[in-house]
Design a binder for this molecule. Structure first.
Ligand SMILES: NC(=O)c1ccc[n+]([C@@H]2O[C@H](COP(=O)([O-])OP(=O)(O)OC[C@H]3O[C@@H](n4cnc5c(N)ncnc54)[C@H](OP(=O)(O)O)[C@@H]3O)[C@@H](O)[C@H]2O)c1
Length: 353
């Protein structure tokens, strides 16, 4: 038995993304896995999952759909377009889009770099608006800093798109405290999207306090560490070719064994709370917002309605200080085995420099 999975009973709480960003439902839906990186996804089920998420968001509250133009090379934006076109009007009107751009891809699916030049920003934006079928994007951000283009220029180009009405808010992704400060000096920044979970706590020392000081919210991704700490991942799970997890250090050999031992310890705490492992992991991230004085919205990467219902149930899991301590004893900070990305991708993370 897991916590309340009935959307209609959930809290109507909202969270503000920083001092200048939108106020949204406390859980965002990350749509990446519906198009890319986690093996085959079922299109009809993906669209049904987006509809279920919009329906679960109470009237009067905005729902956050996160995507990237490079997730399946436009596939994910076209999927969101279809989901929004086929959603009931009231549900569609709740949807806010958060879009990442800048990644350069190959036909074979490779990543060859990032382009943050102002003329590239405007080009990416024009294509995204067309694919999404919308006249604006709610939050627009470069996925990774382009090392050849000062962040001021990239953010300045998005600020021009805000002035033109094509973008509502400017976000950032995987940047460190210095870049946060430089970007915030150019234009208001709504939120920093960055990996944060029980087993990826690197933002706590510098980045989270800097964001808080600057009035920038956090949209936390990988809160289930791509399924690793969801309670559903098994040692013998076969991954499709091209599944990111087949290359991720945390999912390999001994690292996987050690990380799943942490999940077993977390499961014991979850059982004591009458919650699932995934709900406990998401609830822990939700609890870090108020606890650390930060505006923090976890993105869950559900691509099926049953997984979404489970994740939404995290909002009904209340964790007191003793619960948080028990969770952090089961999964101590820094206990994860393996880096969160393969070495070549770690090199692109401004947040890790
Ligand atoms: N800014 C960035 O650099 C960046 C990077 C990565 C992602 N993101 C964004 O963040 C979003 C979330 O990232 P993520 O998908 O890696 O995060 P996640 O929520 O940690 O992992 C999602 C995966 O966990 C598994 N899972 C098992 N139980 C689940 C449950 N109850 N609810 C949800 N998922 C469950 C699913 O895999 P199975 O279906 O295979 O079981 C699912 O695909 C992405 O969709 C994307 O929008 C941003």
């Amino acid at each position: 038995m897991t916590k309340n999975e009935n959307a209609s009973d959930m809290t109507t709480a909202r969270r503000a993304l920083g001092s200048t960003g939108p106020t949204v439902f406390p859980l965002g839906l990350g749509c990446m896995g519906m198009s890319a990186l986690y093996g085959e996804a079922d299109r009809a089920e993906s669209i049904a999952t987006i509809h279920a998420y919009l329906e679960a968001t109470p009237a009067g509250t905005d729902a956050l759909l996160d995507t990237g133009d490079f997730y399946g090379m436009g596939h994910n934006e076209l999927l969101i377009n279809e989901a929004l076109r086929t959603a009931p009007t009231a549900a569609r009107e709740r949807a806010l889009t958060s879009v990442k751009f800048g990644a350069l891809r190959t036909v074979e699916g490779g990543f060859t770099g990032y382009d943050g030049r102002p003329e590239a920003v405007k080009n990416f934006l024009a294509y995204s608006l067309q694919r999404l079928g919308r006249d604006h994007i709610d939050i627009y951000r470069i996925a990774r800093v382009d090392p050849d283009v000062p962040i001021e220029e990239t953010v300045g180009a998005i600020a021009e798109a805000v002035a033109a009405g094509h973008v509502r808010h400017i976000g950032l992704s995987e940047v460190g405290a210095d870049t946060l400060r430089r970007a915030a000096a150019v234009a208001p920044i709504s939120d920093l999207q960055i990996e944060y979970s029980l087993i990826s706590r690197g933002i706590e020392d510098e980045i989270l306090p800097a964001a808080r000081e600057l009035g920038i919210g956090i949209t936390a991704y990988g809160v289930l560490s791509r399924g690793l700490i969801s309670g559903h991942f098994t040692r013998d799970r076969a991954l499709a070719p091209g599944d990111f997890r087949g290359m991720s250090p945390r999912f390999q050999g001994d690292n996987l064994d050690r990380n799943l031992d942490l999940v077993d310890a977390l499961r014991k705490v979850a059982e004591g709370k009458g919650a699932s492992v995934a709900q406990t992991a998401v609830a822990w991230v939700l609890a870090q917002g108020p606890r650390r004085g930060a505006d923090l919205v976890p993105l869950v990467g559900a691509r099926r309605r049953d997984r979404l219902a489970e994740a939404l149930g995290a909002m009904a899991v209340s964790l007191d200080a003793a619960d948080l301590a028990a969770i952090e004893e089961a999964v101590p900070a820094g206990a994860a085995a393996g880096e969160r990305y393969p070495a070549a991708q770690m090199a692109h993370l401004d947040s890790e420099h």
